[in-house]
Design a protein around this ligand. Structure first.
Ligand code: SF4
Length: 153
């Protein structure tokens, strides 16, 4: 079974109330080969919500207490991001997910690139908080940009 970002499945759960539909992901859901999760909603956020970025590092640094997640207006929401990451981990473990496909660039779900923490619409190398936690628990995380690597049984 595969776990995927809810926004990739077409759900309007992004901070601004939109989705990031990926047709392949939607088909996996329809074929009961994947289930979706939105770590930010599990962390206690609603849609729409303020955009947030990681300041001082990436998801691994957040887990290590060296960086924080902050909304554009300045509110520290690190604890909510960590809570959402643990809830997503629990879901991944519940369904014995072999692979997880998460939305690139998100402070929760990014796996190769995230925004740089200055709200400049600039990206940098790094992962999101949920991706960092899942990876630390031996779960393979890829993004929608790596779907060609996905082998679904
Ligand atoms: Fe939710 Fe992740 Fe999509 Fe953000 S990128 S809306 S946290 S599923």
């Amino acid at each position: 079974m595969i776990l995927v970002s809810s926004c990739l499945a077409g759900m309007e759960v992004r901070y601004n109330g939109t989705h990031s539909l990926n047709q392949t992901i939607r088909e996996l859901i329809e074929q009961n080969k994947a289930v979706s999760v939105c770590p930010e909603l599990l962390g206690g956020f609603f849609t729409p919500r303020e955009p947030a970025e990681i300041i001082g590092g990436d998801g691994d640094d957040v887990l290590d207490g060296k960086a924080k997640v902050v909304e554009k207006s300045g509110r520290d929401v690190t604890d909510m991001y960590i809570k959402g990451a643990y809830a997503a981990l629990e879901k991944a473990q519940d369904i014995h997910a072999t692979t997880v496909v998460l939305k690139e660039y998100s402070p929760s779900c990014g796996s190769a690139m995230i925004y740089n923490g200055r709200f400049e619409n600039e990206k940098m190398t790094g992962n999101g908080v949920t991706t960092a936690l899942l990876t630390r628990h031996g779960i393979r995380v890829i993004s929608e940009e790596q779907l060609a690597e996905l082998v679904v049984s």
